[in-house]
Design a protein around this ligand. Structure first.
Ligand code: NAD
Ligand code: TYD
Length: 418
């Protein structure tokens, strides 16, 4: 079937994986990557698909309502997958206005442009690409688990997660961390919104606008709320790529507070697969949570990252028996004492983030039961893949960490006066 889809924020981290998946998997679709190219947008993320005939890049600000409306008419767009956003919590604490502008007003501008164009069709909310092919329109909004607020950490020692995925079962076979939960509560699709940071407040507001366009105007919409993503092409202001880069350069690793906060991590390609599935099979007006029952305390995760980088860079001495094991087995097993890993010394505890949410943990059983989605990757393997990608793509990292990045880094991590 012919379709024309705008993916906003396609030059960013998750967006680039979604664009790549759609361009490769759906050659009959026209995929328009609409991105303003802020500091976080990088067309180098899409080098491998930029010449494909079904791909087009348009440099545009989602807040520019007139331009978006014109583009929708010119291209006869029938679907929007909306990822463009300001996405970093620390930046939102310093500059909340930019977050309200892009995440709230930008989303509203897209919604209104879509409404006007889709309601102008002979059958509202259906776009006819030819007499044979009429497509039901869809506005698919990508959101975050952070809108739900923070969960209590009432089991700091960790208890078995209530649900096993193929990936977590594989974890148990590998005798790795497995799937532990650090509390008895989870975020469900029905959990009341309770955002704490300016970032999550702006995302929550945009989610409400999307649902309001469904309830008020009948626009076909879907919202998904996903947990923390990791993988290739993530801007190194976020924990995992920042720390991989610092370990490579033997720079201090700034751990906020005591490193006890818990995040639920999902490999980015698993998120992109979920988006593809939900875009095609999801029910209109529904919300789906996306996550992998993969909770980690920051400090435990950071140790896995350090050990994986140390092994990859040959900074640890391995005996024959250890050399026969994979990196994920080595990092997960206690066969190697911490003292074998020199870069654990880089861990530096710094002042905590303001309003730092204690624990995020997604329950994604609805998505698993209704649409059959499962995360595919066990965490230590995902981290091994991710570390290898950043070390193999040092030019990409050096490129994005030149220029303004240095200024951001110095400002963000300057020592506090005592
Ligand atoms: P990112 O910061 O890596 O990329 C954001 C992209 O949006 C960039 O390409 C940027 O240029 C573009 N953009 C920003 N402002 C724009 C504007 N005004 N007009 C057009 N383009 C603009 O973000 P990400 O981590 O890939 O996140 C993508 C989406 O997924 C966001 O909506 C985020 O809230 C959501 N999300 C992210 C995570 C995560 O762990 N990263 C988890 C759940 C949900
Ligand atoms: P981040 O990658 O910014 O994602 P989010 O805040 O959206 O969850 O941070 C992940 C966790 O790592 C979070 O608990 C904050 C912590 N963190 C640090 O300890 N040090 C850092 O330098 C950064 C960027 C994050």
């Amino acid at each position: 079937m012919k379709r024309t889809i705008i993916i906003t924020g396609g030059a960013g981290f998750i967006g680039s994986h979604v664009v790549r998946l759609f361009v490769n998997k759906h050659p009959e679709y026209k995929i328009i990557n609409l991105d303003k190219l802020t500091y976080a947008g990088n067309l180098a993320n899409l080098k491998d698909i930029e010449d494909k005939p079904n791909y087009k890049f348009v440099k545009m600000d989602i807040c520019d309502f007139e331009a978006v409306y014109q583009l929708m008419q010119d291209e006869q767009v029938d679907g929007i997958i909306h990822l463009a956003a300001e996405s970093h919590v620390d930046r939102s604490i310093k500059d909340p206005f930019t977050f309200a502008k892009t995440n709230v007003m930008g989303t509203l501008s897209l919604l209104q442009a879509a409404k006007l164009y889709w309601e102008s069709q002979p059958v509202p909310y259906q776009v006819a690409h030819s007499s044979q092919s009429t497509v039901q329109c869809l506005f698919y909004h990508i959101s975050t688990d952070e809108v739900y607020g923070a969960l209590a950490m009432n089991h700091p020692e960790g208890i078995p997660a209530p649900h096993q995925t193929i990936a977590s079962a594989h974890s148990s076979q590998l005798e790795t961390h497995g799937s532990l939960a650090y509390g008895s509560e989870f975020f469900y699709e029905t959990t009341k919104y309770n955002p704490h940071s300016p970032y999550s407040a702006s995302k929550a507001s945009s989610d409400h606008f999307v649902r309001a366009y469904h309830d008020t105007y009948g626009m076909p919409t879907i919202v998904t709320n996903c947990s923390n993503n990791y993988g290739p092409y993530q801007f190194p202001e976020k924990l995992i790529p920042l720390f991989i880069n610092n370990i490579r350069h033997r720079k201090p690793l700034p751990v906020y507070g005591k490193g006890e906060n818990v995040r639920d991590w999902l490999y980015v390609e698993d998120h992109a697969r979920a988006i593809d599935l939900i875009f095609h099979k999801g029910k209109i007006a529904e919300t789906y949570n996306i996550g992998g029952f993969n909770e980690w305390k920051n400090i435990d995760l950071i140790k896995v990252v350090i050990k994986t980088v140390d092994i990859a860079l040959g900074r640890v001495a391995l005996n024959d028996e250890q050399r026969a094991l994979s990196s994920s087995q080595l990092t997960a097993h206690s066969s190697m004492p911490d003292s074998a890993f020199p870069d654990l010394d880089l861990i530096t505890y710094v002042t905590d983030r303001l309003g730092h949410d204690a624990r995020y943990a997604i329950d994604s059983t609805k998505l698993q039961k209704e649409l059959g989605w499962e995360p595919s990757l066990q965490f230590e393997e995902g981290i091994e893949k991710t570390v290898r990608w950043y070390l193999d793509n040092q030019d990409w990292m050096d490129n994005v960490t030149s220029g303004d990045y240095q200024k951001y880094y110095e400002e963000m991590y300057k020592p506090t006066q005592s």
